[in-house]
Design a protein around this ligand. Structure first.
Ligand code: BG6
Length: 301
């Protein structure tokens, strides 16, 4: 065992939270409490699983996902930073930034009254500086209890301002995306990425997915609800420090085109992402901090 493994093992909380060193060389924190179960990979600080006791999993995870260093994980909550989608000045740069494919460091792991709190950190490295020449300090806090709370703090540790985009790219598990309307976006302007980035305004109706959907809703802090009659539950995505909400469903054709996604999985997921993207990218002064957080919860419908 390496000294890093020894350090991680020293943080373990018996019968509550421990580390697993498996699956293609990735390390994950496994949490099992009377309140919930979860798994968080250090790779990408990626929450891959969260399940409230007595309920089906809240998050979707593709059976075809890659689980390997350097690869993005398809499902759970990919952490997007410091750019969303492609990087305009370098089309070769990885989509959605480097945070989701970089190994993070564990700062702490605690359990209080059956609620587990994991804190992970990431700083610039020679690799991150290649595409994004700024010094930064990320701190990601994951709180696993009756609900799932995630919070990404971005610190600008350089001597000049920088601009970034970020997102908690949450994939939710649903019975059938064609019958799980998203409530909370009415009247909001959005960029329709499946219609040449045309700007449109959401109608007063809840958003029902009827085809490939890829939208960046702008200037919205609203909580979104996903109503799922098939699973008799309502998912709530409440957020702070987020001015954009992204809704994504690959639908049939795109699902088939993705190597790390099952052809038939598309009806069982919807992404509702708490983000700061496009018009809502953030400029942070030297020494300043920004926090993006979300509370993901469910209740009977
Ligand atoms: C969404 C984007 O957030 O993520 C989509 O809006 C993108 O355009 C999707 O296709 C998945 O991205 P990736 O890089 O994980 O395949």
């Amino acid at each position: 065992m390496s000294s890093n493994s020894d350090f991680l093992c020293s943080l373990e909380i018996p019968d509550c939270a421990w580390f697993e060193f498996t699956e293609g060389g990735l390390t994950s924190v496994v949490v099992k409490t009377p309140l919930a179960q979860a798994r968080v990979y250090l790779h990408g600080a990626h929450v891959a699983h969260y399940q409230k006791a007595g309920q089906p999993p809240l998050l979707f995870m593709s059976a075809a996902t890659h689980l390997a260093p350097g690869k993005a994980i398809r499902g759970g909550i990919p952490l997007i930073f410091p750019w969303f989608g492609g990087l305009p000045e370098n089309p070769q740069a990885p989509a959605h930034g480097f945070a989701r494919t970089t190994a993070w460091t564990v700062e702490s792991l605690k359990c209080e009254e059956e609620v587990v709190t994991l804190v992970l950190t990431l700083n610039e490295s020679a690799q991150t500086l290649e595409n994004w020449p700024h010094a930064f300090a990320l701190r990601y806090t994951v709180v696993i209890g009756w609900d799932l709370r995630v919070s990404l703090e971005v610190g600008n540790t350089s001597s000049a301002p920088f601009t970034f985009e970020n997102a908690l790219h949450s994939y939710f598990s649903v019975s059938d995306v064609r019958s799980t309307p998203v409530v909370g976006l009415d009247g909001i302007e959005y960029i329709d990425k499946v219609d040449a980035a045309t700007r449109k305004t959401q109608s007063a109706e809840p958003l029902l997915i009827t085809g490939e959907t890829d939208r960046v809703y702008l200037n919205t802090r609203a909580t979104c609800l996903v109503n799922d009659p098939g699973l008799s539950r309502q998912i709530s995505i409440a957020k702070e420090g987020s001015e954009s909400t992204v809704v994504w469903s690959p639908w049939m054709a795109k699902a088939k085109a993705m190597a790390d996604f099952g052809d038939e999985e598309w009806p069982t997921m919807i992404c509702v992402e708490s983000a700061n993207a496009a018009d809502n990218r953030v400029t942070l002064a030297a020494g300043a901090k920004h926090t993006l957080s979300a509370v993901l919860s469910e209740r009977p419908l």
